[in-house]
Write a protein that binds this ligand. Structure first.
Ligand code: PEP
Length: 250
């Protein structure tokens, strides 16, 4: 059975007291959902404090990025090793905002995946097409190219440690959700790509999350699809009631 997962990507939101309150509220409201793994991904600032708050709960802790470098003179960067030592368990990698605003390529994301796995952290690896790519019917090609680039040099055992998130860029923060059929079609395709390169067991066991304007009102119909194993949630993860309502949509 694949793990059902709902991850809240806070992006660059919440000051320190607000963030701590949100984590406490999520623990209160979401710590009794054993059929779904709830993960919060606050900014770096919160990681150690969040680790202390979450350590005796069922809720997981993710960061939103890490450096592709091991350590050294890289001002402003945070390494996978540092995050591991602060209690982080998962790292979101290759989010479309990192790709578009910080010019991250599949090759850089590949290095970040390797750093993350080196420190026994679980990468939540994002892929997704732009609106113009979907309009030109290039979405299957784009997803395949992103996955092949990000998976370069990884073994089946390493791939089995990943969580994948399909996030069509045109659906992120726009209020335009992919239809359950559009999302299912790509999730199934991602599973096929993994099956062809890394085998059926890896493909059947890997969790593939949908992200893009997922909210309490549309989560259930998305999560009912056979290849959609949960969600990567942006805006709606900033309100504990909405986030937990999504997690309870299975
Ligand atoms: C995201 O940024 O990962 C995301 C899915 O955002 P939103 O839910 O706000 O569309």
């Amino acid at each position: 059975m694949r793990e059902k997962i709902v991850t809240g990507n806070w992006k660059m939101n919440k000051n320190f007291p607000e963030g701590i309150n949100l984590i406490q509220e999520i623990i209160e409201k979401g710590n009794s959902t054993p059929n779904v793994k709830i993960i919060v991904a606050p900014p770096f600032l919160f990681q150690y404090e969040a680790f202390n708050l979450l350590k005796n709960t069922l809720i997981g802790l993710a960061a939103q990025n890490c450096s592709e470098q091991e350590n050294g003179a890289f001002t402003g960067e945070i390494s996978a090793q540092m995050l591991k030592s602060a209690g982080t368990q998962y790292i979101i990698l290759g989010h479309s905002e990192r790709r578009s605003y910080y010019h991250e390529t599949d090759q850089v994301i590949n290095l970040k995946i390797k750093q993350t796995l080196k420190y026994d952290l679980k990468p939540i690896v994002c892929c997704g097409e732009l609106l113009e790519e979907r309009e030109k019917n290039e979405h299957f090609h784009v997803i395949k190219k992103q996955l092949n680039g990000m998976f370069e040099g990884l073994s089946a055992e390493q791939i089995s440690k990943l969580i994948i998130a399909y996030e069509p860029v045109w659906a992120i923060g726009t209020g335009k959700t992919a239809s359950p059929e559009q999302a299912q079609e790509i999730h199934q395709y991602i599973r096929e790509i993994i099956q062809n390169s890394f085998g059926g067991v890896v493909a059947q066991n890997i969790s593939i999350l949908y992200g893009g304007s997922c909210k309490p009102s549309n989560a259930k119909e998305l999560f009912e699809k056979p290849d959609i194993d949960g969600g990567l949630i942006g805006g709606a993860s900033l309100v504990a009631d909405d986030f937990i309502a999504i997690a309870k949509s299975f």
